[in-house]
Design a protein around this ligand. Structure first.
Ligand code: ADP
Ligand code: ZN
Length: 615
């Protein structure tokens, strides 16, 4: 078959195998390149549909598509999902028994597979090269390709050696995929894997369905419970904390409040972690409290919220972690609370790390950009997207600052008070002491340094400690002040400070909503999914019955429910009530294989509940 036919074919496969009507942006371009034997690199956010970009050409083209993926759990997930759709796929990794591995190898040799998932260690063996030499190859896909980057946060030495394998098959196109965006990593991927720069595809980083909310930490546990309480029952969520100790504490706290919450961190046995992960994937209403170790290998599409109970390390990390919410495109939430202590802690983690000075400077800058996001008066989405170099101007109407615009005030004079206070106390003290001097509080430390005699002592009496803390944070975020983490978190002036001291620049501050103030968007999005059903008892009953059927099938086959059908498909069944094969095929996410396997089962549930058979 020539490549034009293949391209036409790819649209058919999208429909008949995956059950989708149209390609998402960039998917078609990437698929066409690969079909025409050109290598590409694909940088698109989590949940945007990267996998389809190599799965479809591997199915269309003759020969085997080899997918190199470092995460065994994810590999197995994709295999099961694809098998459900009737794709000929297998994976080769250390979790298989000797016999099972032999079976896979045999299937490869007999050209029975479209796709083979393999771990990098295995891909680098001589046996594997020899195996590939015996068969036709359609493409190589290198998933999580940022692992080649030595600057990246997830460097894996085996990834650097992948070229040894790829170079033995120069005529086979390769596609590198990652959700990590920064430019240095992108360039490294292309150089390492020898991909032409014109074939780099960068997808939009906007995740429209994610609602962003960031607030100040004041009573963290209560804030967390208030947030989770408003979520629909049965919603799955992830709560990220900075330390293992905190993870254990918060998981225990949530359990004591009656939630099904489980801790996940590197200090737990691997059996326990696997069991927790499986529970999360297979059951409804599980909350995982975790360090960042959790999530990398998880493809669960219906995570409804991601909480940052502590500050992440950068906007990259924040968007990668929040990106795990709502892969199915349905409304989801990213909710974070933070305080200045978090910033100081992150700062000292950077300083005490083993990285070199240049690296530390980069990390500090990243942390500051994140603080800028926290303190912004602009649309959160705008700040995030601009950070990734994407032009976007709010209002997105799906973040806290858009839905509840932040009030501002001209704070030039306040800023001048702080800056001169810091200057006069020799830039040697942290925020707490500076504020004590401003509000005229005679502490022991104040007396020790005779700061009660300074002109600035008590010039800020008109504001509370909370208000001054907020202003200091905002000055740090806007680069008018910096925290010197090497000197115990003392606050120092920057080059920009002069502009304010000389009144060359006016500055506005946000008024932080006090703890009592409620967000208008409180009950916002998650409820939207089924809100149409609420007033309609028949629809509601059907929804419940369809979910029941899905759960039963999932249990019988020992797969997660979303691999049978995602929520989106069930919702469409409730709305469309398909009653014959072609109507059932028109449901989003239904391809030929799922029609054959499940069509009659689900249509009979629909008939039963509605009692009306369309003719
Ligand atoms: P990524 O690998 O980028 O994290 P996935 O490939 O897992 O994302 O896709 C995320 C979800 O979007 C999956 O449920 C997938 O089936 C769905 N999806 C991908 N492409 C399309 C499309 N063209 N139309 C509808 N849904 C799609
Ligand atoms: Zn917004």
């Amino acid at each position: 078959m020539n490549s034009i036919n293949h391209v036409e074919n790819s649209i058919q496969i999208l429909k008949s195998v995956f059950g989708y009507e149209t390609f998402r942006p960039l998917q078609e371009n990437i698929i066409t390149k690969l079909i025409n034997n050109e290598s590409c690199s694909v940088i698109m956010p989590t949940g945007s549909g990267k996998s389809l970009c190599f799965q479809i050409p591997a199915i269309c083209k003759e020969g085997l598509g080899v997918v190199i993926s470092p995460l065994i759990a994810l590999m197995q997930d994709q295999c099961t999902t694809l098998t459900q759709m009737g794709v000929k796929v297998a994976c080769l990794n250390s979790s298989l028994s000797f016999d099972e591995q032999y079976e896979v190898i045999e299937a490869v040799e007999m050209n029975q597979l479209d796709l083979l998932y393999v771990a990098p260690e295995r891909a680098l063996t001589e046996e594997f090269t020899n195996l590939l030499r015996k068969v036709d190859l359609a493409l190589f896909a290198i998933d999580e390709a940022h692992c080649v980057s030595q600057w990246g946060h997830d460097f894996r030495p085996q990834y650097l050696q992948l070229n040894q394998l790829l170079d033995k098959f120069v005529e086979v196109p390769r596609v590198a995929l990652t959700a990590t965006a920064d430019e240095a990593t992108r360039n490294e991927i292309r150089t390492q894997l020898n991909i032409p720069s014109e074939n780099e595809f960068i997808g939009g980083f906007d995740r429209e369905n994610i609602h962003y909310e960031i607030s100040l930490k004041n009573n963290p546990k209560k804030q967390l419970i208030d947030f989770i309480e408003k979520e629909e029952e049965g919603s799955s969520g992830i709560v990220y904390c900075l330390s293992r100790k905190k993870v254990d504490e918060i998981a225990a706290y949530l359990s004591s409040c009656g939630y099904r919450a489980f801790p996940y961190h590197a200090g737990l046995s691997s059996d326990r972690r696997t069991a927790t992960q499986n529970k999360f994937i297979r059951q409804e209403g599980i909350i995982i409290v975790a360090t960042v170790a959790f999530g990398m290998g998880i493809d669960k599409p219906d995570v409804r919220y991601v909480v940052h109970f502590d500050l992440p390390s950068s906007i990259e990390a924040y968007s990668q972690e929040t990106g795990r919410a709502g892969r199915d495109g349905e409304p989801a939430k990213a909710w974070m609370i933070y305080g200045f202590a978090d910033v100081a802690k992150r700062g000292s983690m950077i300083q005490s790390s083993l990285a070199n000075e240049q690296r530390k400077r980069i990390e500090s800058r990243k942390l500051n950009s994140l603080l800028g996001l926290c303190e912004t008066t602009k649309c959160r989405r705008e700040v995030i997207l601009n950070y990734f170099g994407e032009k976007y101007t709010g209002v997105c109407k799906n973040c806290d600052t858009c839905l509840n615009p932040v009030e501002q005030f001209n704070g030039t004079e306040d800023a001048q008070k702080i800056l001169s206070c810091i200057y006069r106390t020799d830039q040697m003290f942290g925020a707490g002491h500076v504020i004590d001097v401003l509000i005229g509080k005679e502490t022991e430390k104040v007396r020790k340094f005779r700061h009660q005699n300074l002109k600035v002592f008590g010039v800020g009496k008109d504001k509370s400690v909370r208000e001054w803390s907020s202003i200091i944070r905002q000055l740090v975020a806007a680069d008018y002040l910096k925290v010197d983490v090497e000197r115990f978190g003392s606050i120092k002036l920057t080059e920009k400070s002069r502009d304010i001291l000389t009144s060359k620049k006016e500055i506005n501050f946000r008024i932080d909503p006090g703890p009592a103030k409620k967000y208008k968007s409180k009950r916002a999005n998650n409820k939207v999914i089924k809100s149409n059903f609420k007033e309609n008892p028949t629809a509601n009953a059907l929804w419940e019955k369809l979910k029941e059927k899905r759960l039963k099938l999932a249990r019988d086959q020992n797969v997660p429910p979303y691999m049978i059908f995602q929520d989106k498909s069930l919702i469409e069944m409730v709305e469309q009530k398909p009653s014959n094969d072609s109507e059932f095929l028109a449901i989003n996410g239904v391809g030929e294989s799922k029609l054959a396997k499940y069509g009659d089962l689900f249509m009979s549930v629909i008939r039963e509940v509605n009692g009306n058979i369309k003719l």
